[in-house]
Design a protein around this ligand. Sequence first.
Ligand SMILES: *Cc1c(COP(=O)(O)O)cnc(C)c1O
Length: 490
Amino acid sequence: MNVEEFRKHGKALIDFIADYSANIESIDVLPKVEPGFLSPLIPDEISHDPEPFENIMKDVSEKIMPGLTHEHHPKYFAYYTSGVSFPGTLGDILASGLSVGVFNWINCPAGTELENIVMDWFAKALGLPKYFISDSPGSVGGGVLQNSASECIFISLLVARAHVIEQLKGDSDLHDSVFLPKLVAYTSEDAHYSMEKAAKMSLTRIRLIKTDSRGKMRVDVFKEAVLNDINNGLIPFFVMATLGTTGSAAYDNVYEIGKFSKTIPYMWFHIDGAYGANAFILPEMRRFGEGMEYADSMNVNACKMLLVNFESSAMWVKDVMIMKKALSANPVYLQHDNENKVSAIDYRNYGISLTRRMRSAKFWFVFRTYGLVGLQNHVRKLLILAKKFEKLVLDDDRFEVVNEVHLGLVCFRLKHSDDKTEKLLNIITNSRKMFMVPARLNDKFVIRYCVMYEYTEERHIIESWKVITEVATHILGQSGCTNGSLNGHP
Ligand SMILES: *Cc1c(COP(=O)(O)O)cnc(C)c1O
């Protein structure tokens, strides 16, 4: 493809995305496909001869689009989906088009410095502790962009593990692995599964601490577990608290957890704020983060509320040197004259990958296009819409709300019945008009309803509630119709 062809197809592709976004409401949120649908539609091998780009786009329209679940759709209420925005998309296109690797300063001075700058902007916008902000006086901390929260959590655990082992080892010649059997990490049973996965991948013993009826880590149980482990000769070295749990968007008490963790030698305190910490862009929400000052590291997924396209997981550490020590090796071909200057960051030492795209571009585009006020308005709107939905649920005495609704997530169920709630969810999902996912809270089956999409309006909330109540009426047998399908439902 030459430059002129690129110009032509590139413009057509932007039009394609724009048309898709403009017409999203006319499409069902879930696709009508079964597993294995794609391979009969696509050749078994790479085409022998070059194909015109138009052919590829035709297949995108005819074969790929019908097989998509539309995450950016006003009736998509599942998971904590990633936000998306036009400026974010343009930032990603720029990063892709320039395609420079941000792994050491010399290979991409502007991309490196921009990443550091937007990480400082982001930390300031959320009101995070000063020591995470590289340009604040006396700070030795800073931020880095990883692909995912799972990666941030894994890296934090590896860094903390390397740090405790270094201290335990002192000047001895013992191999690092000698200390592994003694180390213990903690998080709550409602924490994201990526913490368990990180522990598994790093051969780390982990304790999942019980949560209270609202899904928060029970600090008394945590303390007891730590003291018990110490009595048994083990070494507690890592605890992760969550701001906005996956099941119910609960905020752990980071003040209590953090304060206690600082009384335990070697304990690293990590905060997973992948979803809930985004809300701190609203100063009135920061009360839920009281105690963040105890954190050694923290992660936030800007895609989860702040409209930066995904692979936008920000991670901050209090002391960058500790991280670099754990994650660096220095072959000659990667050394450069400026490598010991603070302003010449080598991001390869801040994570797993060497080559990394210019992830900062989409942040920069989004932050500037919306401004702080635009982002605050967006988050405020999500919280108001969730409250609106909560009220609709509370006003119908067949239903109950089972989480504290502070953020965009409402967990609800039909009173007294797991089975009927599950049936309600299945019928709605099979209709493909709305997408929600379940969770178990306090051992009850609940439906999660999460508002994330930029262009969701109150009418979408009302329409979706209408679908839910109609199906509920039908399930509860009040309509006299019992065949279990959503007959001719819109
Ligand atoms: C979404 C989420 C994660 C995982 O995020 P990825 O970026 O998909 O790895 C981890 N923790 C919490 C609290 C989350 O909400």
